[in-house]
Design a protein around this ligand. Structure first.
Ligand SMILES: Cc1cc2nc3c(=O)[nH]c(=O)nc-3n(C[C@H](O)[C@H](O)[C@H](O)COP(=O)(O)OP(=O)(O)OC[C@H]3O[C@@H](n4cnc5c(N)ncnc54)[C@H](O)[C@@H]3O)c2cc1C
Length: 605
């Protein structure tokens, strides 16, 4: 979308960062440290910002030797080409990762190979590298912020650096960017359109825009176009919908690594199917799923993988390389009564299965014919698959996939069971290509002025993935892109504002709400529906009586909505109801305040 002289700008910043995950958070922080006034926006509401970074294992790639790690990462990418300078900057960042932790976060990194001791929560590993057979892999290690993982601690560290800079960084949550705004003559990206409270705001950025909106883990159409997959179930954020890809395309960016994604799974790259809009569950090493009278089938009722394969971010060994198993639409785990009884026994022993919904989600049938009908797979093929599996189990050799013979047990006659699987994704890697300065390139390899990228959107990983590489990239390119976006540009322009938005920091406000004290019979309510966005109230409510309404936060227009905010609480208390007449000229504010009060009262009931 072009910015013209008629564009009505609502806010003007030095730097605009789109996406508040690890990459965007770090970019905003370093832009602020370079002197910029920054707006950081995220599509998710308070408490859900942080994207995949929040849900990640929190493992960050680090290395003990530059030459070796450079060689290792080149080998991971081979035979694909990554521009030399790009690879050098990335691996140099990995080599200096513990310095980054210390210098910029004040943290002495917990180094996996050095600091994990027997009996710790984290397991000792035989190899740190995922591809230990490659040259240079011995230099690879993981840096963590402390001695635990999967606890969002790395994310919280980045989030805190943003909160600590609240004078320089405004944060808008629940605010989804939809278009980049480009100067029609120079092609420079001078801002973006951000939708907040159902209204589009035109945000001007004088020196740079950083695209860090994560991947397309929740965009089935992009998955169909780029990955040849109908739909993936995300393990991480539900808000990464490929918007950054679309926005980048709109300004002519070149896309790369679009066909690359990572996974884990209960069996390689699959998890249990969830209801629409739910995150998938990652459960590692649950032996009952691939050991015993149980196997996985695809759409045609036949087995399609070595269920017990050791996988590398979902990729399994195939003809000399590691590849993702095909993502089938109708995959299932099928098992017999003996195996079902083992799940029941495990539940009795442990109190709860590792996937608590497992038994509820299991379907059963008295025959393979009936089970096949329930699953929607060809019955004759399923019967044949059971027969073949039994023959392999009895002969002690899985001639099809090479599954461990000791872990295969023939099906007994009797009741059969199945549970639906779904192909799963940790993160995609594709997006706009960037160079070693974090600048996004166009289709002719020319820099798109003022546009930068960071994180998994257009990540460096072209081929095989090494765990820890994505978070490292958030730190390395977050810093580079944030700093470069903040550098004052010769063609930077000031703009005049129309209907300027009041300064808001949803992160600070959200934190404040988390810290609000509540006395007896007091309840909090909030809404985003005010003219200025958020309104927070504390309501004292007892025996069906509204005793007090305090407005703790509001950003309504001075002289109009702000007047209503002053008058309405007393009216609501007097009427003991939120059904009151709107203050003249401030009906939106009135309705929003009513909504916030109603939400508080609902909690009392
Ligand atoms: C379960 C899990 C475990 C993982 N473990 C590791 C690990 O240990 N080590 C590792 O290196 N990698 C790991 N990864 C991958 C890694 O977490 C991600 O690749 C990385 O966090 C991506 O960071 P990001 O900032 O680029 O994107 P994200 O952290 O996903 O942030 C993107 C943000 O952009 C926002 N957004 C999206 N669209 C818009 C829009 N239109 N406007 C505004 N905002 C928008 C989203 O709400 C989101 O908050 C893991 C991933 C998962 C899911």
């Amino acid at each position: 979308m072009y910015a013209t002289k008629d564009t009505k700008w609502n806010a003007d910043y030095d730097v605009l960062v789109l996406g508040f995950g690890g990459a965007g958070g770090n970019a905003a922080r370093f832009a602020a440290d370079a002197g910029a006034h920054v707006l950081l926006v995220d599509a998710a509401p308070f408490g859900h910002e942080g994207g995949n970074t929040r849900y990640s294992a929190q493992h960050v790639a680090m290395a003990t030797d530059y030459a070796k790690i450079n060689k290792y990462f080149k080998r991971l990418a081979a035979p694909f080409q990554i521009p030399e300078k790009m690879m050098d900057v990335y691996t140099d960042g990995i080599y200096h990762m513990t310095d980054m932790f210390k210098e910029h976060f004040g943290i002495d990194a917990f180094v996996w190979s050095r600091d994990v001791k027997p009996g710790d929560i984290l397991d000792e590993k035989e190899h740190m590298a995922e591809y230990p057979e490659y040259e240079g892999s011995e230099a690879f290690d993981f840096a963590l912020v402390h001695n635990r993982d999967f606890d969002a601690e790395f994310w919280k560290t980045i989030r805190k650096t943003v909160l600590d800079r609240k004078e320089q960084i405004d944060v808008w949550l629940n605010s989804r960017a939809s278009h980049l705004l480009q100067d029609p003559e120079t092609g420079a990206v001078v801002g973006a359109v951000v939708n907040r409270n159902h209204k589009d705001y035109y945000i001007h950025a004088r020196n740079g825009v950083v695209l860090a909106t994560g991947g397309f883990e929740n965009n089935p159409v992009m998955q169909q176009n780029y990955l040849h997959i109908t739909k993936l179930t995300p393990f991480g954020s539900l808000y990464n919908r490929g918007d950054g890809v679309t926005m980048a395309e709109e300004v002519g960016a070149k896309l790369w690594h679009m066909s690359n994604y990572e996974s884990l799974g209960v069996v390689p790259s699959y998890t249990f199917q969830e209801e629409e809009g739910q995150r998938g569950r990652q459960i590692g090493h649950w032996k009952l799923l691939y050991n015993g009278s149980i196997f996985a089938i695809a759409d045609d009722g036949s087995r399609f993988m070595k269920e017990d394969a050791k996988f590398r971010h979902g990729h399994i060994y195939e003809h000399g390389d590691y590849l993702m198993p095909h993502a089938y639409d109708n995959a299932w785990l099928v098992f017999d009564q003996k195996q079902y009884d083992r799940f029941v026994a495990e539940k009795e022993q442990t109190g709860q299965l590792r996937y608590p919904k497992f038994l509820d989600k299991t379907i059963s049938a008295a025959s393979s014919q009936e089970l096949a009908e329930k699953m929607g797979v060809p019955a004759d093929k399923l019967a044949e698959t059971i027969k073949t599996f039994n023959a392999f189990a009895e002969s002690g050799r899985d001639a099809e996939f090479g599954r461990e013979a000791a872990g295969m047990e023939a099906f007994a006659s009797g009741q059969l069971y199945a549970i639906k699987l779904a192909p799963a994704v940790l993160n995609t890697q594709g997006g706009p290509e960037r160079n070693e300065k974090g600048e996004i390139l166009d289709a002719n390899d020319q820099v798109i002025p003022h546009l930068y990228g960071a994180g998994e959107l257009g990540g460096i990983c072209a081929n095989r993935y090494q765990g820890g590489g994505n978070l490292a990239e958030c730190l390395i390119f977050g810093k580079i892109s944030g700093t470069n976006a903040a550098s004052v540009k010769d063609d930077a322009q000031a703009v005049s504002l129309t209907k300027p938005v009041p300064a808001v920091n949803d992160l600070v406000d959200g934190e404040r709400m988390d810290n609000i004290e509540l006395g007896e019979n007091q309840y909090l309510g909030s809404t985003e529906a005010g003219i200025g966005g958020k309104i927070v109230v504390r309501v004292t409510y007892k025996d069906e009586k509204i005793e007090d309404v305090e407005v703790l936060e509001s950003h309504e227009t001075e002289g109009i909505g702000a007047v209503a905010i002053k008058e309405l609480p007393a009216k609501i208390v007097a009427a003991n109801s939120t059904e009151i007449d709107a203050v003249s000229g401030a009906s939106t504010t009135t309705r929003a305040l009513e909504e916030a009060v109603n939400k508080a009262i609902e909690q009392a009931k």
